[in-house]
Write a protein that binds this ligand. Structure first.
Ligand SMILES: [Zn+2]
Length: 257
């Protein structure tokens, strides 16, 4: 059976990754060199974008970033950390790429008024990287494509193929979106832990995301919000996680006094 051999070949290439902080096992196909692709993409963004020359903005982002990088530690082995502010006052956004490349748009610095709030959003973006959500998204896309081919080819035998795919935990069709929301929530969880271990108050997550929600109600919805969890669900989750995160902060803050 050709289709089954294809599935077996994919499984042979794949690896399992244990997500730091949550311990979840993720299924990843090593189709891209994440670190070198991330570094190349970041270099490209710096060339094409407008890097901020504002000394205070740069100092702030590097100061918070350095502490978070220390808290991340071995979760991102071999990171060559870089923190860059892009001079885009209307862009309320930030991102992180594999290899420890972090970009913050100056519009975000207006909304993230305190260093704790800035640490929350940087921790969230870095959480996507240490959890390797990008690689998982690529993997899901490939598997969904292969799954579609297999299901079409074996339409007579659809139910057994379905079972085969589900049995291997493959994402088919509609489950992709739900998976992506799960990644957002996982990045929230990881992010508040990084911020807390860097000596920033994780409770700032609740006020920060409230402000971002308000921003979203303005005329221009930040792209940032469109893929992020609904506000009520997010607040409820954050509140649920605080009893774990606050003690990390209480312990870490002593080092930074
Ligand atoms: Zn996110």
């Amino acid at each position: 059976m050709k289709q089954i051999s294809l599935v077996l070949l994919i499984l042979a290439l794949a690896g399992c990754y244990t997500v730091p902080e949550t311990g979840r096992t993720a299924f990843i196909l090593p189709v891209v060199d994440e670190v070198s692709e991330g570094a190349a993409a970041f270099a490209d963004l710096k060339t094409k974008g407008k890097v901020s020359a504002d000394a205070a903005e740069n100092e702030r982002v590097r100061r918070v970033g350095a502490r978070i990088a220390q808290a991340v530690g071995g979760d991102l082995a071999g990171a060559k950390w870089e923190f860059v502010v892009f001079a885009e006052p209307k862009t309320v956004n930030a991102f992180a790429l594999p290899g420890g490349k972090v970009g913050v748009y100056s519009g975000l610095l207006r909304v993230a008024e305190t260093d704790s709030e800035l640490a929350i959003v940087m921790g969230h973006e870095i959480g996507h990287v240490t959890a390797r959500h990008g690689a998982q998204r690529v993997t899901e896309g490939l598997l969904a494509a292969v799954g579609g081919v297999i299901l079409d080819a074996g339409s007579k035998n659809k139910s057994s193929h379905d079972t085969l795919l589900v049995g291997y935990g493959m994402a088919v069709g509609g489950s992709l979106l739900a998976f992506s929301r799960a990644h957002e929530s996982e990045a929230d969880y990881i992010g508040i832990r990084y911020a807390a271990r860097a000596g920033y108050d994780p409770r700032a997550a609740i006020t920060f995301w409230q402000k971002m929600d308000q921003e979203g109600k303005g005329s221009s919805v930040p792209a940032f919000l469109s893929t992020h969890p609904s506000h009520d669900k997010r607040t409820a989750d954050l509140q649920k996680w605080m009893p774990e995160a606050v003690p990390l902060y209480e312990k870490a803050r002593l080092r930074y006094q």
